[in-house]
Each structure stands twice: as structure tokens, then as C-alpha cells.
Ligand binder design. Structure first.
Ligand SMILES: O=c1[nH]cnc2c(O)c(F)c(-c3ccc(F)cc3)cc12
Ligand SMILES: [Mg+2]
Length: 214
């Protein structure tokens, strides 16, 4: 039966990237998406902005919503200090299977825990299951309609502290207008937009960085 796009991406990584080399995995995926098949990884342009924010925050606890094939997981993990607690949530079990293999190929499997399930179910379990008190950095890249309910869930579950940084992908395309309205108008967040483009295209998109003020 026909393979899936994530499976074809995994094959490209296993063929073209050097085992244990996160940079080569990132490059192999970007090459695949530019020359073979578009895929919804954050990409190289927005990925560089992600890199700069992760480096600036230098977090001790990280949560990613939306693992997909693990591209941004590898981007983030390669920048983290040893001992950082990094959890990534993915709803689609087939994506979990591919992501774990791409993460292993990059050699950063010991730096991140991939958890299968929905963010709405798993966010309230973060404290009890993973011993998290608060997250220093959160990357929202799952489903635009979950951005607003999930940020409210973070607040309700006491998972944010003064200075926690949330970075959201796709706030223009596909777009998360209700989320943007919330973080830009709430007195509890300081928000800033980073203009860029939809991965591997010339279409406008960008990242919204929001700092929780407590
Ligand atoms: O569902 C998504 N979750 C996370 N990230 C996405 C993304 O970066 C996209 F570009 C897109 C996307 C898909 C199709 C398009 F025509 C445009 C954007 C979707 C997602
Ligand atoms: Mg995205």
C-alpha cells in the first residue's frame, strides 16, 4: 500500500542525514520539503526565529504542542542545556512513530519525551505524570483551534510563571485570530509578532511570542 508523506520524509532523512547529527537531519528535511514534497514543518525561516527565541530563553522546562515528524523537536533539542526537561505532544500515532525515528536518527532521543495524546487531555497531567511545576518555554504548533483553549488551560493548571515564554506558529496562515486577540489584549501577556513566511513558500505567515507577566 502507498506510503505516507511522513514515511517518505523519514526515508529521506535515513538516506541523506548523518546519524547523530541534528543539523544534517534539519537540512535533509528542508531539502525534502523544498525539492520533493511540501510538508508542514516550521521550516528554515521561521525555524531560525524559533532558534533565536529558544537560545534567548535558555529554558529548563520546555513543552511543544504538535510534534508532527519531529523537525522542530530536533531544532529545539539541539539547543538545550543538558538536564533540560523537554516534552512534545502529538495526537496522531502514525506521526509519533515517524517522529521517534527521526529524533533517534538525530541522536537527541535522550533529550526529549514524545507523548501521544491530545493537548486538552495531557496538559492537566503534566504535573503528576512528568513532575513539571511550570514551563519556561512553550511552542504551539498543533491545531489553530486549540491555541486559545490550551493557553487558558496552562493558566488554569498553574503551568505558567512570571516570564514564561509562549511561541505560536501559523498565527497568520492558517491563522489563529482568537488566540492573537487574546494574547495581544490581555494585561497578563506582553506579545510581539515576528513576520516571516509559510514554510517553503512566499505566503505571509509569522510567529507570535507572548511572555506571561504573572
Ligand atoms: O495544522 C497545522 N499544524 C501545525 N503547523 C501547521 C503549519 O505550519 C502549516 F503551514 C499548515 C498549513 C497546511 C496547509 C496549508 F495550505 C497552509 C498551512 C498547517 C499546520
Ligand atoms: Mg506550523
Amino acid at each position: 500500500t502507498r506510503s505516507t508523506r511522513p514515511q517518505r520524509m523519514l526515508k529521506a532523512v535515513q538516506k541523506n542525514a548523518t546519524k547523530g547529527n541534528p543539523e544534517s537531519v534539519i537540512s535533509a528535511i528542508d531539502y525534502f520539503c523544498k525539492h520533493s514534497e511540501w510538508a508542514m514543518n516550521v521550516g528554515d525561516e521561521k525555524g531560525s526565529i524559533l532558534d533565536s527565541v529558544v537560545t534567548e530563553v535558555n529554558p529548563s522546562t520546555v513543552l511543544e504542542l504538535g510534534t508532527y515528524c519531529g523537525y522542530s523537536t530536533v531544532r529545539i533539542a539541539r539547543l538545550l542545556s543538558p538536564g533540560t526537561k523537554f516534552i512534545t505532544l502529538e495526537f496522531n500515532p502514525a506521526n509519533v512513530t515517524v517522529a521517534r525515528q527521526i529524533i533517534a536518527h538525530a541522536g537527541i532521543q535522550d533529550k526529549v519525551t514524545v507523548v501521544e495524546g491530545s493537548s486538552g487531555d495531557l496538559i492537566p497531567q503534566m504535573k503528576e505524570r512528568f513532575g513539571i511545576t511550570t514551563f519556561d518555554f512553550i511552542f504551539l504548533d498543533h491545531w489553530k483551534d486549540r491555541y486559545l483553549p490550551d493557553i487558558k488551560l496552562f493558566e488554569e493548571c498553574g503551568l505558567l510563571r512570571k516570564g514564561s515564554v509562549l511561541l505560536a506558529d501559523n498565527v497568520i496562515c492558517p491563522g489563529a485570530p482568537e488566540y492573537l486577540e487574546y494574547v495581544r489584549n490581555s494585561p497578563r501577556y506582553e506579545s510581539r509578532y515576528y513576520p516571516a513566511h509559510l514554510e517553503y513558500t512566499k505566503v505571509e505567515d509569522g510567529l507570535e511570542k507572548s511572555v506571561f507577566l504573572g
